[in-house]
Write a protein of this length. Structure first.
Length: 292
């Protein structure tokens, strides 16, 4: 065995090495194949897992989509129901509105008719009242016309009587020897003098008293009367002077002057009674007489 050819030994070792190498390669290939199989199995499992997960996601999405679609269909159905109800309510409300409007229009028409009837009755009543007033006014106008005619007649008669009274008035010389104005002997003649307006006239009635009485611009005190002889005596106080007018007669102009007047004042007594006289004071026109 020791004497074998070295070349044969080398070839033998070389063959062994090749076998070992081949076995190593086979083992390596088998290991690589096993690894590849493991990797392929892992990839297959991952692919299956991904397919299962994708299927689950698709199923979940489909369920959600179906649920959303069902919810939307339910909402659409609900909205459809609401729409139908709203349409029915709208139709009903329209009918009620039409009915209410018609009732309101009928009520307004009745009110307008009643108001027109009331106004017509009021106008008719007012026309009747106006006619009655016009008739009464016409009748009253006739009465007024008659009254005016009567008044004109009375005024004409009064004017005629006044003119006649004025014509009957007399002038006489006063106690100072001055021609007097027209003398009135009674109330009618005095009214005629006032109508003429030539002088200012103040009527008076004096009683015998311890206190003098103002008559116009002067103060007069009655001292005594003599009814039988128709005479009287007075004191005149004017311009701070006292003047006695003694034993004067009725309708006699008792004359005196004041510093502010150029014409004489005239005091005329028309009636003499016991301790009382009455008459008037005639003053120049430009002098304003004070009232009692």
């Amino acid at each position: 065995m020791a004497s074998m050819n070295p070349s044969i030994n080398w070839h033998s070792r070389k063959s062994s090495l090749a076998v070992y190498a081949l076995v190593g390669i086979v083992i390596a290939l088998m290991a690589g194949g096993a690894y590849l199989l493991v990797q392929v199995e892992r990839l297959r499992q991952e692919a299956q897992e991904q397919r299962r997960s994708f299927a689950e996601e698709i199923s979940s999405f489909r369920q959600r989509a179906e649920a959303a679609s069902a919810a939307q269909r339910g909402r659409l159905d609900e909205l459809g129901g609401e729409l139908q109800a709203a349409r029915r309510q709208s139709v009903l409300a329209t009918g009620q509105a039409k009915q209410a409007a018609q009732q309101h229009a009928d009520r307004l028409a009745k009110e307008i008719a009643l108001e027109q009837q009331r106004q017509q009755e009021q106008v008719t009543g007012e026309l009747s009242s106006v006619k009655a007033v016009a008739t009464a006014a016409s009748y009253r106008l006739g009465e007024v016309s008659t009254d005016v005619s009567n008044v004109k007649t009375q005024v004409a008669a009064t004017q005629s009587e006044l003119e006649k009274t004025i014509a009957d008035l007399k002038r006489t010389t006063g106690d100072l020897g001055v021609m007097s104005g027209l003398i009135a002997t009674n109330a009618r003649e005095l009214a005629a003098l006032k109508e003429l307006g030539e002088r200012n006239y103040v009527e008076f009635s004096l009683r015998k008293s311890s206190r003098p009485q103002r008559v116009g611009d002067v103060v007069v005190a009655l001292k005594r009367t003599d009814v039988k002889r128709n005479r009287y005596t007075i004191d005149l106080i004017a311009d701070d002077r006292k003047i006695e007018k003694k034993d004067k007669n009725t309708n006699e102009p008792v004359q005196f002057y004041l510093s502010k007047a150029r014409q004489p004042y005239e005091l005329v007594v028309n009636e003499i009674r016991k301790d009382q006289i009455s008459g008037y004071l005639a003053a120049p026109k430009r002098i304003e007489l004070a009232r009692n």
